[in-house]
Write a protein that binds this ligand. Structure first.
Ligand code: GLU
Length: 287
């Protein structure tokens, strides 16, 4: 089987040490498998995006020697694919319009269940569209964390595919693109571990193949919280890539690559003797 992996940043800010770990981890796994490594810009949420961030992220990846095998794709240009998948689900009766607010769902743990809305239909304003989720358990074996299970109805509920504003949800766009790009292996941060069962469920509904998943340890701040781009924490500096690259490699649980003349050399050193099983299982404080 050909291995096709990807790194899928959202352009909500500069590349930060947590996303660099995901980029390097997915690159190493793809190169180790002698596969391809792609980059997909997940720019489907304009209100959260920062102007120029996508260009800066791509330039930073380049400065770190992380060069994709195909030109990056942009989710903002792929709405027709999400629409087609959504229409298939709609034609099959698997999605429904929903006017429920967050406040109305709060007493139910924020979850929407059994296709049962609390709010009545309101033709004066657009609905969100949710997919009906059955009372089943989704399970998969994570490449690092082992067997995982999620009770879809009680832990995910009927989830949104199209938002009130007409924007496509991350879950739908990610599943459609992973399939369209022929992704066989998804290597990403552990913050997305609980999205994977929803993605497996959508793949099954749409008749799409299931990639294999591996969720990397998160990089946390001093208080143990995930570092996040939106918090504009610690952007990594493409002008001086070696220290941040070295740190990312260590945070992945690999041996200290020491000094190198270039990012390419450091990455190749890290690749030497690399095996996904040697990746760290626990999160790491930054610094
Ligand atoms: N765009 C997501 C993020 O930046 C990652 C999505 C994924 O790898 O599936 O957190």
């Amino acid at each position: 089987m050909t291995y096709r992996g990807r790194f899928a940043p959202s352009p909500t800010g500069a590349l930060h040490p947590g996303s660099l770990v995901a980029a390097v981890g997915s690159w190493l796994c793809a190169r180790h498998a002698k596969g391809q490594w792609l980059v997909r810009v997940e720019d489907i949420d304009p209100p959260r995006e920062v102007a120029g961030a996508a260009t800066r992220i791509l330039a930073t990846l380049d400065a770190f020697g992380l060069v994709p095998d195909e030109p990056p794709v942009y989710q903002s240009r792929r709405g027709h694919l999400y629409e087609a998948a959504f229409e298939r689900l709609r034609a099959a009766g698997q999605v429904f319009p929903c006017w429920c607010s967050r406040a109305e769902l709060a007493p139910f743990g924020g979850l929407h269940r059994d296709g049962q809305c609390i709010a009545p239909p309101d033709p004066s304003r657009p609905p969100a569209w949710r997919v009906r989720v059955p009372d089943t358990v989704a399970s998969f074996v994570d490449g690092l964390k082992g067997p995982q299970r999620q009770a879809l109805r009680d832990e995910a509920g009927d989830f949104v595919l199209r938002r009130v504003e007409g924007l496509w949800s991350y879950q739908l766009a990610c599943v459609v693109d992973d399939a369209d790009q022929g992704i066989t292996h998804v290597v990403r941060g552990a913050d997305l571990l609980d999205s994977t069962p929803r993605q497996l469920f959508l793949q099954t509904l749409l008749g799409l193949p299931h990639p294999q998943y591996l969720h990397l340890p998160l990089v946390t701040d001093a208080s143990g919280r995930k570092l996040s781009k939106s918090a504009a924490d610690f952007p990594v500096d493409g002008a001086d890539p070696l220290p941040a690259l070295r740190r990312a490699i260590i945070q992945l649980g690999l041996d200290d690559p020491g000094d190198a003349a270039s990012p390419e050399q450091m990455l190749h050193h890290a690749l030497n003797g690399f095996h996904p099983a040697t990746l760290s299982h626990s999160s790491h404080p930054y610094g």
